[in-house]
Design a protein around this ligand. Structure first.
Ligand code: SF4
Ligand code: FES
Length: 249
C-alpha cells in the first residue's frame, strides 16, 4: 500500500505544534500501525530528518503505553484493541491517515505523539493499593472466600491498562473511567475494604487536582476503551465516594 500520513509534530509542551505530511510506500497489510511508523521513522533517519516520537513498550496490548489518536479515534478504527494491535489491513491503498497525540490538559505533550501520563500514576499512588501485614503472620490470599460475582467484577476492573484512551475520547477530558476501574478493583475484594473510604476520597481528590474534567455520562470512554471497562464502575465509584463523604469522621 501507498499511504499519506499527516502527523502531529510538536517540540515539547511549549511549542504550538503543527501537522506535517509524509508519504509512506511499501506498507504491508500485515504490519501493525506501530511497525508502519517504524518504517516511516527509518525513512526519516535515512533522509537526515528528526524521527517521530511515539510511545510503545509491549506491543501486545498489555502495557498501555501506545497512545495514538488515529483519524479522530483513540487507538484508531476497531474496538477492543490498542494502537499496537491495530493492523494496516484496516486501511486501503491510497488512504490519508491523520495521527495525533492524546489531547488533554492533564497529559502534556513531551514530543510529537508522546504525552506525559504521570497524572495517572499520581492518582494510583494516592490510594490504588492495599496495606498488608508484612510481619510473616500472613493469611494466604486463597484462603479468603470471595463471591464469584465479585471476583469476576474485580478482575474486569483490573484489566484497565492505564492507556488514557478514555480521557482522550471524553469531550470533558475526564479520568473517571480510569479512576473508577482502580477504585472498583480493590473495593470489591475483602482485602480492599478496610481502606475503601480513604481510597475513594484520596483518588478523586488527586484526579481533580490533576486538572481532568468532570464526567457528564456521555459514555464515549466505554466505547473507546480497549479493555471494555464498563460505565458500571463509574457508578460504583460514585457510590463509594458518596458513602465515604457522608461517613467521614
Ligand atoms: S479505563 Fe480503558 S481507556 Fe481508560 S485507561 Fe483504563 S484501559 Fe485505558
Ligand atoms: S505497546 Fe503495550 S499496549 Fe500497546
Amino acid at each position: 500500500m501507498k499511504l499519506t500520513l499527516k502527523v502531529w509534530r510538536q517540540n515539547g509542551a511549549n511549542d504550538n505544534g503543527r501537522m506535517e505530511t509524509y508519504p509512506v510506500n511499501d506498507v504491508s497489510e500485515d504490519m501493525s500501525f506501530l511497525e508502519m511508523l517504524d518504517v516511516l521513522n527509518d525513512q526519516l533517519v535515512r533522509d537526515g530528518k528528526d524521527p517521530i516520537a511515539f510511545d510503545h513498550d509491549c506491543r501486545e496490548g498489555i502495557c498501555g503505553m501506545c497512545s495514538l489518536f488515529i483519524n479522530g479515534e483513540a487507538h484508531g478504527p476497531g474496538r477492543g484493541i490498542t494502537t499496537c494491535q491495530l493492523h494496516m489491513r484496516k486501511f486501503k491503498d491510497g488512504d490519508t491517515i491523520h495521527v495525533e497525540p492524546w489531547r488533554s490538559a492533564a497529559f502534556p505533550v513531551i514530543k510529537d505523539l508522546a504525552t506525559n501520563r504521570g497524572a495517572f500514576d499520581r492518582i494510583q499512588a494516592a490510594g490504588g493499593f492495599v496495606s498488608v501485614n508484612t510481619s510473616g503472620n500472613l493469611v494466604d490470599g486463597n484462603a479468603v472466600p470471595i463471591p464469584k460475582d465479585d471476583a469476576d467484577k474485580a478482575f474486569d476492573a483490573a484489566t484497565c491498562i492505564g492507556c488514557g484512551a478514555c480521557v482522550a475520547t471524553c469531550p470533558n477530558g475526564s479520568a473517571m473511567l480510569f479512576t473508577a476501574a482502580k477504585v472498583s478493583q480493590l473495593s470489591l475484594l475483602p482485602q480492599g475494604k478496610p481502606e475503601r473510604k480513604r481510597r475513594a476520597l484520596a483518588m478523586v481528590e488527586q484526579m481533580d487536582k490533576e486538572g481532568f474534567g468532570n464526567c457528564s455520562n456521555t459514555g464515549a470512554c466505554e466505547v473507546e476503551c480497549p479493555k471494555g471497562i464498563s460505565l458500571e464502575h463509574i457508578a460504583r465509584l460514585n457510590r463509594e465516594y458518596l458513602a465515604a463523604t457522608v461517613t467521614k469522621e
